[in-house]
Design a protein around this ligand. Sequence first.
Ligand code: FAD
Ligand code: NAI
Length: 468
Amino acid sequence: MTDSYDLVVIGSGPGGYIAAIRAAQLGMKVACVEKYTRLGGTCLNVGCIPSKALLQSSEKFEEANHTLASHGVKLSGVSLDLETLLARKDKVVADITKGVEFLFRKNKVTWVQGTGKILGAGKVEVALTAGGSQTIETKAILIATGSDVMPLPGVEVDENQIVSSTGAIAIPKVPKHLVVIGGGYIGLELGSVWRRLGSEVTVVEFLDRITPGLDLEVGKQLNRQLSKQGIQFKLSTKVTGAKKTKSGVTLTLEPAAGGAAEELKADVVLVSIGRRPYTEGLGLAEAGVALDDKKRVKVDGHFQTNVPGIYAIGDVIAGPMLAHKAEEEGVVFAEILAGQKPHLNYDAIPAVVYTWPEVASVGKTEEEVKASGVEYKVGKFPFLANGRAKANGDTEGFVKFIADAKTDRVLGCHIIGPDAGTMIAECALAMEFGASSEDIGRTCHAHPTLNEAVKEAALAVAGQALNM
Ligand code: FAD
Ligand code: NAI
């Protein structure tokens, strides 16, 4: 049986499903091929959404145990019901992925359940989940197959004693000692979850700092905060092997620069050293689709690969592996395909680490600006001097603006503090409009709000902060 479409999207993550919906809104006949039993990709099923559900629940447990008493709310007999906590997370995932099915029906996007393989421009073969296969003819093909866990040789993931993020969002018993390999987004977020739930957590990081892509000052502050909370860090350290026993895993560690080895025992090990583009079984080589040096699908400014009619977006191409980046690319791709002329500003894509305090950033780090040779000014404001943060009892962290010394245009904004992830939207919007720090400093912000710290940090660029 052969069906024919304007667009076939392979993969239903935030890149693929959003591209499919936008293309359908623009009048195209669209099919989305997804091999998993649910729509939504990594983000909705095993990534952003379940990890945030666990961060939220574990934060409530932490509050009940440690912070509510300082607000005069006394609790006794606080205990953890891990089964309910995990079941809640599963329900959130089930509901939100059903939501994507609803959106597909509403927009008349056909979900072809199975594994897609590109036979060449205009032809996709699907090994159907229900059995058999189907060939689809289409004017355009969009590869949105996302990414997968980066393996660490010698530390094989079994999703039981040695887990990836997928296993780490479903550990059935709080591990006594969780060792996290890699101090990036996943390690710090999921490390925080299990630390709050009662695990001793050790993070082993190859570099001499955590969160390598972030502004250094902010990264250092995050390291201090998480250490204060009890997470232990072994920086400049590499894992050279893992031995599994019935009771746990013994890791062999060595200084990154070489030196004497030591052993570290863990009940569970989380491998979170990054993700790699997922292109397995897609038939790219046969179809002649070129990859770049990091095995990502190579595209031009219009998301087209070297084969006309075959496009790619999201984690499988270059750029930050973030859900909102994939979504924006999905929208822009569909609009280009429809003949429109949209633009995506890669300089204004925010990034958030959902620890507590949260870390959020947009634009360039101070190190990047310094390296570019542009003269710049920095404005900083601490949450300790913000009325709402004080009222909330959440005063850790600061807002930092970096602005061009000559034009005052905002080049970057970095926030570590309560709800930083929500606050960064204002800075992304400002950068999208090419704002100066003065523009933000002169914008009236409601009082008392955490966002007043953003205004004050912008004022601080010219040395005009009012409450400091
Ligand atoms: P994916 O979401 O990976 O979707 C790809 C889909 O393609 C999958 O469903 C897969 O089954 C399907 N597929 C692959 N090959 C085929 C085939 N041949 N045929 C049919 N289907 C196929 N990002 C954020 O911005 N914020 C966060 O808070 C955040 N938290 C995260 C937490 C974790 C634990 C992880 C692992 C990731 C997190 N991310 C987060 C990253 C985010 O999940 C990804 O950037 C995003 O999912 C990428 O979207 P995508 O559409 O490119 O691909
Ligand atoms: P990451 O790239 O964020 O961090 C990996 C860390 O591991 C780095 O600090 C790196 O230096 C370190 N590392 C690499 N090799 C190592 C080794 N052999 N031994 C010890 N440390 C090593 O990758 P992570 O945490 O796996 O997450 C993957 C991606 O998923 C992120 O880059 C991000 O794009 C996305 N993500 C986004 C989230 C968010 O937006 N809040 C949350 C979770 C994931």
